[in-house]
Structure formats: structure tokens, C-alpha cells
Design a protein around this ligand. Structure first.
Ligand code: MLT
Ligand code: MN
Ligand code: ZN
Length: 305
């Protein structure tokens, strides 16, 4: 199984177009030790020929352009693409807006939760995905399905939050979140010999999630923030990570601590927000993350399982 990180940044990307935080200013200026990153997506293939996208980011067109394997092949007619399926982990803009770049005759199967598919169905702009070419299929929780030959996906609910634009303030602290609004994916080959987990948005590692991940070969996990209050401390937003549905890396409730006893062989952070100090390769936070056995993904990172 081949896994390519198409985009390793959270919503907004790195640098974010309207942001002059220290990280964004420095990466924009080309300072050493910081590399630009596009928004959150992976591509998976059993053989390098057919590819499944896990999330479709607003940067998808650029990501396709930078990934030779995703280019159309000669001899397949005037319009073709090796992308055979797209699987969504939630309805966030950074994970669904790229679907709009898959109009113009792309043919693929689209998988998401019932609620996310309902959001897409309620937004007629997504009708640019021609129903004759794009079939929309609901993911059942905890059931593995072959989304494309050689790639099976099992979606499961993780602690998290409904998409920002769907928040219902009147519903109290859950903002109307339902089980399955934040999904993790277990991706396997059909015999189930090779498996990895992709969880780009997660508010906490509860017992159920810990049990699922224990002993895994590879987990690509929510690396949005280093500390829960970093957006507030940097004057970027009034929200904590918890309020946004994202666990932080550091601290007693953080992902570094939560994974310490899980025996996950390879742990890679994805979906980093531009405020995150680990995006500076010379920072103490970057060093601390690496010392804890974690990697910080860059765009175009490739992993063979
Ligand atoms: C998130 O990961 O929290 C969302 O992508 C936020 C957003 O929609 O801007
Ligand atoms: Mn996001
Ligand atoms: Zn910034």
C-alpha cells in the first residue's frame, strides 16, 4: 500500500493567506526551517495505478499537479484520472471544498457519513459532480468496505465536533454534534494484512479509540495545535483547541501523552495549524515531538506499508 500526504496543513494552509503570525510571516519570507504546506488530504493506492483520496482539500488542483501519479494517463481517452474514490472524514471546508475541483468529468465514488452526504446534497453547488459519473455512498460505522479495488476503509466515530458552519449554538456545549460527525478511518488491503489509521480531526483519545489504535503499525493523527490555548496566546482567535474539536499535542490531556502506552509503531502528525510551533524545525516543541517518537508530516511525504 502506498500512502502519500498531499496536504499536511489544517484549514487555511501554511502560510494562511490573511495571516501574519510569526510562523506565517517567516515561511512567507522563505526563512530556513519552515516549509509551506497545503491543506489536509492523503492519497492511498494499492499499486500506484489507482488512487483513493482521503479528504478533498481546497488545494486539490495544485496537489494533483504536484503529484505525477495523479496525472491522467496516456491512452485512456481525452478525459481520465487515476482517482477512483474519495472518502471524507467530516464536512469541514478544508476536507470537502476540493470536490468542486473534481467536476469537469471526473468519475469516482464518493464516500462520507450520511450527515455529510446530506450537507452536500443540500448545497446545489455540489451538483457540479455529475450523478452519472459520481456515485455518493454512505459510510456505515465500524464496517469495512472496499472503496476501490485493493483499498478497504472502515470508518469509526471519534470524539470531535460537527463542521464549523453546521454548529448549532442553541444545542449547548455539543453544538449539535452527532456520533460520526468526526470520523477516523482504518485503511487496509483486502486481506487485512496491512493497515493504517487516518484521524485528522479528534478531540480526545478515549478508551475506545485507544483500544482500536493499540499496536497499530501506522497512525496519521490530528496535529492541529501544540497547546490548547495557542490561538488565544498568539492573538489569532478566541477559541481553544477543545472548542474547535482538536486535541493538542502537549500537556497531560494531549496526544503525545495519550499515545505513550499505545505501542503504535509509527506516529505521524498531519493537519497542523499555521500557529503550531512544531512547524519551525528548530523549535523546542519540534524537538520535543520528535523525542516522543512522533513525526511531523510535510506535503509529499510518501509511506509504503
Ligand atoms: C477544523 O479542522 O477545525 C476546521 O477545518 C475548521 C474550519 O472549518 O475552518
Ligand atoms: Mn480542518
Ligand atoms: Zn499564521
Amino acid at each position: 500500500m502506498i500512502i502519500k500526504v498531499l496536504g499536511s496543513a489544517a484549514g487555511g494552509g501554511f502560510p494562511q493567506a490573511n495571516c501574519v503570525c510569526r510562523n506565517c510571516a517567516d515561511v512567507r519570507a522563505g526563512k530556513p526551517g519552515l516549509v509551506p504546506r497545503t491543506q489536509s488530504s492523503l492519497a492511498v493506492s494499492p499499486d500506484g495505478a489507482r488512487w483513493v483520496l482521503l479528504n478533498a482539500s481546497p488545494d486539490l488542483r495544485r496537489q494533483i499537479e504536484l503529484t505525477a501519479e495523479l496525472a491522467p494517463r496516456a491512452g485512456q481517452g481525452p478525459r481520465s484520472s487515476p482517482i477512483s474514490a474519495v472518502v471524507l472524514t467530516n464536512g469541514d471546508v478544508d476536507h470537502v471544498a476540493g470536490l468542486l475541483s473534481l467536476r469537469e468529468g471526473f468519475a469516482f465514488d464518493l464516500y462520507g457519513s450520511e450527515r455529510v452526504l446530506a450537507v452536500l446534497a443540500a448545497n446545489p453547488i455540489f451538483n457540479v459532480l455529475d450523478a452519472d459519473r459520481v456515485s455518493r455512498r454512505a459510510l456505515q460505522l465500524d464496517k469495512s468496505i472496499e472503496v476501490s479495488p485493493g483499498v478497504c476503509v472502515e470508518a469509526f466515530a471519534v470524539p470531535g465536533k460537527v463542521a464549523l458552519y453546521m454548529e448549532d449554538e442553541s444545542a449547548g456545549p455539543s453544538f449539535g454534534t452527532q456520533a460520526g460527525d468526526a470520523l477516523g478511518l482504518k485503511v487496509t488491503d483486502p486481506p487485512g494484512k496491512r493497515a493504517f489509521f487516518y484521524i485528522p480531526g479528534c478531540a480526545a483519545v478515549n478508551q475506545a479509540l485507544a483500544a482500536r489504535l493499540r499496536g497499530a503499525a501506522l497512525v496519521l493523527f490530528d496535529g492541529t495545535l501544540y497547546t490548547d490555548d495557542e490561538l488565544i496566546a498568539q492573538g489569532l482567535s478566541a477559541k481553544t483547541g477543545k472548542r474547535m474539536g482538536h486535541i493538542s499535542m502537549a500537556g497531560p490531556d494531549g496526544s503525545i501523552a495519550a499515545f505513550r502506552t499505545l505501542d503504535v509503531k509509527r506516529r505521524i502528525y498531519v493537519h497542523m495549524n499555521n500557529s503550531n510551533p512544531v512547524l519551525r524545525e528548530d523549535s523546542p516543541e519540534h524537538a520535543a515531538v520528535e523525542r516522543s517518537g512522533w513525526e511531523v508530516a510535510c506535503d509529499r511525504l510518501e509511506i509504503c506499508l
